[in-house]
Design a binder for this molecule. Sequence first.
Ligand code: KG4
Ligand code: ZN
Length: 346
Amino acid sequence: MEKTCGEENITILAIESSCDETAAAVVRNGREVLSNIISSQIDLHTLYGGVVPEIASRKHIERIDQVIGEALRTAGMELGDMDAIAVTYGPGLVGALLVGVSAAKAISFATGIPLIGVHHIEGHISANYIESKELEPPFVCLVVSGGHSHLVKVMDYGRYEILGRTRDDAAGEAFDKVARAIGLGYPGGPKIDKVSGEGDPDAVKFPRAKVAGAVYDFSFSGLKSAVLNYINSCEMKGIAICQADIAASFQKAVVDVLVEHSMQAVQECGMKKFAIAGGVASNSALRQALTEECEKRGIAFYRPSPVLCTDNAAMIGAAAYYEYRNGVRHGYDLNAVPNLKLGERV
Ligand code: KG4
Ligand code: ZN
């Protein structure tokens, strides 16, 4: 029999396989992580300079059972102790998502434990509930990952308004492409973050793109082209490029835009709380700039620790708890939805 929330502990087994991490976690009451197992495929995809979807799916299949088993063992629990099985069902790579969705459906079908499909971005946002036990909506959240750049007003648990989004490349995608162009390889974000520490962020003046008529929207493809043009023109003139200076200048251009749009959104929404999420939220320059800007304005700033910024299943378990409380349950017809919109229920 299903438990009533608020009276008893709700324990959820969560599964995430939307991109290149096979992950499972056990989370209690949305905020307490009992286990968080992440099996990364990064080394494998590095050989190809980016994620190869077919390889990602194959590796998820090989690893998912072990990862789920390890999550339960680490938590000291069994499937029978779970109140729900949660799984990311979109957005993401369809073949990768299907592995997690199929595993979750099979477990739910075999045990009768309720199934809850979770939106990947909702998961990223919910990573903040794990780290900051006192955080409650409403707040504004900047979600910046390899596939998404969104400014979101979190009105309540499971209720979102998208204030702005990228018109072209996601922030993480820009980091990855620029890193490749300057010879740093994949994954670009952490490498640019590191090498920028040795560079001058004011060495090259890269553009800060604005989208006409949409103050909160982002556009990073022009910035990426500006970096490529700069490298080409240096090569043509026979000038040696300084990897660290380009990395630091590019990073500063991204951070400036993200900070400016975020602060404007927080102020215009009249919010006193601001959070960040997604892989790029682990960027040290972004975290530092936002810490300073929020402090100046008297805004409480929430950020998950880096391991909860990049893909993981604990964040899916956190989001699933609030979905569970809202009465969300999925049937065995749950499917992977690669372009699932935030706030949409399928
Ligand atoms: O959230 P995530 O793990 O996966 C997606 O849902 O996309 O984000 C991965 C992205 C990659 O593009 C990676 O380069 C970027 O996050 N990233 C970073 C940093 N760590 C990861 N970008 C900038 N600085 C970092 N420290
Ligand atoms: Zn993600």
